[in-house]
Every structure is written in structure tokens, then in C-alpha cells.
Design a protein around this ligand. Structure first.
Ligand code: HEC
Ligand code: HEC
Length: 222
């Protein structure tokens, strides 16, 4: 298990290596960064060129800022989870509609080293992703599903894997403060099987759309 501070520490080390590796591209990167996002300042060293050129337009330079709700927040998400998702988009394993359209072409253009680099970068961003302050109906009912599951429908408590604070660990994703519409959409994809994961496909099998919305209302409020 990697703690957040360990992740930050290893990222700082990686950042030092990256500085040398990226030197020839530094001028180009700075020009793009200046044009795209104003001050290119982060908590963890230089912004990888790939983030500036390939990710920022949709996910924001720090993995937090975009107005398009179906695009997930990435800031502070677990590195192991980010790597796994990029590999799955690349290999066509996460082939749900939005994944296929938006992420497969991006992920196919990344080397294994670049996947590691962009995952390290987004995992190290602080503050981690936060609730937007928009309220959706059903927070209380959603909290009950998250904490206790739905026994009559054999839906287990989500906290068993995603942790009581919903921040997950390693390849169990952080859900606390993730976008409402994105969460609902992913639960639909797990339910219809286009996003494949043995655990989540089973868990989302019997969940209803109102229950998806309730649990998303709770998670996006954290
Ligand atoms: C054209 C817009 C677009 C670009 C460019 C883009 N993404 Fe995405 N990204 C998305 C969308 C939309 C999704 C949600 C896909 C789905 O619903 O399965 C996503 C999902 C992801 C996920 C899964 C997150 C999760 O919580 O499961 C990761 C990781 C990710 N993107 C990383 C990146 C990285 C790294 C880059 C740059 C190399 C990038 N993306 C570029 C739109 C984009
Ligand atoms: C047995 C463990 C387990 C339980 C219980 C569980 N999950 Fe998951 N969940 C996972 C794993 C593992 C993933 C990552 C799947 C992947 O790699 O594609 C995941 C992914 C997700 C995602 C996608 C997040 C993203 O960023 O794309 C959502 C949303 C989610 N779970 C919601 C829930 C909800 C709601 C419940 C309770 C009804 C729940 N999970 C219960 C293991 C679990």
C-alpha cells in the first residue's frame, strides 16, 4: 500500500528525473503552458509535456478543472488505479462508449513510461478533487447504500472496498468528491457490462437507476 505522502515523495523524486529528461522540450512546453493555462505552477515540479499537450484540454491542467461533467476528476486519484485505467483504455478492455470515443485514442498514443509519468503527476496534485457544492437529491439514501448496501437486492456495502471515507486505496478508486454525472454514467456502464470489472459488474447488476443517482448524490457531496 502506498500512502499519499509516499506517493508525493516518489513523485518528487520522479520530478527531478523528469526535469533532466524533458530539457530539450522545456521551451516548447513552457510556451504551450503559458498559452493554455497561465502560470504553470504545481505542487510537484514541472508539468509533464503530455499533460499539457494531451490531457489538459479535457481534464484541466491539474486534473480538477473542467465544466464537462462526464469527464472525471483525476487530482489525487490513486496512481495504481490511474495506471490500470490508462492500460485498459489502451488495450480496449475499458470499452464503454465514452471511454472508446475519448480515451482510447489518447491512451494508445502513450508509451508505458508516459502512462507512469502522467499517472504520477495527477496522483500528486493537491488539493485532491473536491465536491463542487452542487446539491443533488438523495444524499441520505445514497449514504445508506454506501455504508450498508441493499440487503434485499444483494448489493454489498460500497465502503467494504472503497473505504468508509470513500477515498479507496490502490486500484480501488477514490470516489469522494467525484462528479455526479460521471459516477451515474460509470454505474450504468458497469450495469450494462460495457465497462468490464468482475467486482463492479456483479455489484451493479441489480442496482436501479434511482439508486445509482442516490449513491452518486452522496459521493459527489463529499
Ligand atoms: C477529449 C477529452 C479527453 C482527453 C483529451 C483526455 N481525457 Fe481522460 N477521460 C475523458 C473522458 C470523457 C473520460 C471518461 C471515460 C468513460 O466514461 O469511460 C476520461 C477518463 C479518464 C480516466 C479514468 C478515470 C477514472 O476515474 O476512472 C483517466 C485515468 C484519464 N481519463 C486520464 C487521461 C489522461 C492521462 C489524459 C492525457 C494523456 C487524458 N485522460 C485525456 C476525456 C478525455
Ligand atoms: C468488492 C469490492 C467493491 C465493492 C463492494 C464496490 N466496488 Fe466500486 N469498484 C471496485 C473496483 C475494483 C473498481 C475499479 C474497477 C476498474 O478497475 O475498472 C471500482 C470502481 C467503481 C467506480 C468507478 C470509479 C471511476 O473513477 O471510474 C464507481 C463509480 C464505483 N466503483 C461505485 C461503487 C458503488 C456505488 C458501490 C456500492 C454499491 C461499489 N462501488 C462497491 C470495487 C468495489
Amino acid at each position: 500500500m502506498t500512502t499519499r505522502s509516499q506517493t508525493q515523495e516518489s513523485h518528487r523524486a520522479l520530478g527531478r528525473g523528469m526535469k533532466a529528461a524533458l530539457r530539450p522540450m522545456a521551451v516548447a512546453a513552457l510556451l504551450v503552458a503559458a498559452g493554455a493555462a497561465g502560470a504553470a505552477k504545481t505542487v510537484s515540479g514541472p508539468i509533464p509535456y503530455r499533460v499539457i499537450s494531451n490531457c489538459a484540454i479535457c481534464h484541466g491542467m491539474h486534473g480538477a478543472s473542467t465544466d464537462y461533467n462526464l469527464i472525471p476528476r483525476l487530482a489525487g486519484q490513486h496512481k495504481a488505479y490511474l495506471i490500470l485505467q490508462l492500460q485498459q483504455f489502451r488495450d480496449g478492455h475499458r470499452a464503454d462508449q465514452n471511454g472508446n470515443i475519448y480515451m482510447a485514442p489518447v491512451a494508445q498514443g502513450l508509451t508505458a513510461g508516459q502512462i507512469d509519468q502522467v499517472a504520477s503527476y495527477f496522483a500528486a496534485q493537491r488539493p485532491r478533487f473536491q465536491a463542487s457544492g452542487v446539491h443533488h437529491a438523495g444524499v441520505k439514501a445514497g449514504q445508506a447504500i454506501f455504508m450498508n448496501g441493499v440487503t434485499s437486492e444483494q448489493i454489498p456495502a460500497c465502503m467494504e472496498c472503497h473505504a468508509a471515507n470513500a477515498e479507496g486505496v490502490a486500484t480501488f478508486p477514490d470516489l469522494a468528491g467525484q462528479r455526479y454525472r460521471y459516477i451515474v454514467q460509470q454505474l450504468k456502464y458497469f450495469h450494462n457490462g460495457t465497462r468490464k470489472n468482475v467486482l463492479m459488474n456483479q455489484i451493479a447488476k441489480t442496482i436501479t437507476v434511482p439508486q445509482m443517482k442516490e449513491v452518486a448524490a452522496y459521493l459527489s457531496s463529499l
